[in-house]
Design a protein around this ligand. Sequence first.
Ligand SMILES: [Zn+2]
Length: 365
Amino acid sequence: MAIPPSQNAFLLVCDALFSAHASPAGHPESSARLQALSHAFSQEPLLRDAVRISPREATLEELTCVHDEKYAIDTLQRLRNGRSGYLEGDTFFSPGTRHAALCAAGASVDLALAVHQRGQATGFAALRPPGHHATQNRAMGFCIFNNVAIAAAQLLQRGQAKRVAILDWDVHHGNGTQDVFYGHPDILFMSIHQSPLYPGSGSIDEIGRGDAPGRILNVPFPPHTKGADYLAALRALFVPLCQQFRPDHILVSAGFDAHHSDPLSAMGLVADDFGAMAQMLRTLADALCQGRLTFLLEGGYQLDALANSAVATLKAALSPSTPVASPPLASPQASEIIRDLQRRIAPFWAPLSPVDNGDRTPRPS
Ligand SMILES: [Zn+2]
């Protein structure tokens, strides 16, 4: 049955093949994460009727639109040997990693293209290995190929999109995506992350360069930051900048490790906070880019928190656009960080509204 244009379609990548990327015993980035997501999705009537996209391996041409050719070829060669080991300190591989990593990148491209061509759709890829730490020439932090960067670059390279906005709400800085697009005029990238935390980059003064100063945004929040501050960052930065940037597609590096129960971090989000962010993104995508909104899984290591947060995200993203009824108030600490970043990017954008921290004290003008 044809889906009427007013209905928000759900396109899903969720496939057992990613389990072939076998992790060392006890490692938090394991195939149990995708099993938890698959089970949770099967329990939700809204999520059961997804259009499924079968993963296929990315081509070398697709990888090298983001990665150095030498890195891509050398890495594929190392993964071909049928053994297990480490590409670097944190990034393990097993005999099934080559196929899984290539399919994670290929599925990200196909999902983004399918969402883009369909319009008015929500895409979600439950994939591993994750991607946002992988730089142009280096595997890092469980990541081998940068799935979100490859998907964004392919949307541009194939002439599907002129501009793409990427929001990275994984608790760790999206250093790899930043590395790929630092100075790229057609990408707006914002990472909200815990600081200090791995990988240590993503300070507030990293804002891009060259043709595109002010198009990289880093929001380094302290440990125990709550969802209201994430929403304030979206409202004061990502939403108004997208309104100026006019992306054709919004991609999300959707890690769920900012949940308060995640073992690798110390943030204070609950599952519904991810839903509230997704609701804001749905409204934004509907207003700016024909409803094109695609989520690619990054981190998230407490299985219940991962599943509940992903379900909350998708239920909100699949709901009709709704204005946020009462804007959340940012904490004083988060407000200062947001204001600081607004000041740093001010030369490159039209004026932004001040962040609302509830302070109604009259000030001299
Ligand atoms: Zn993470």
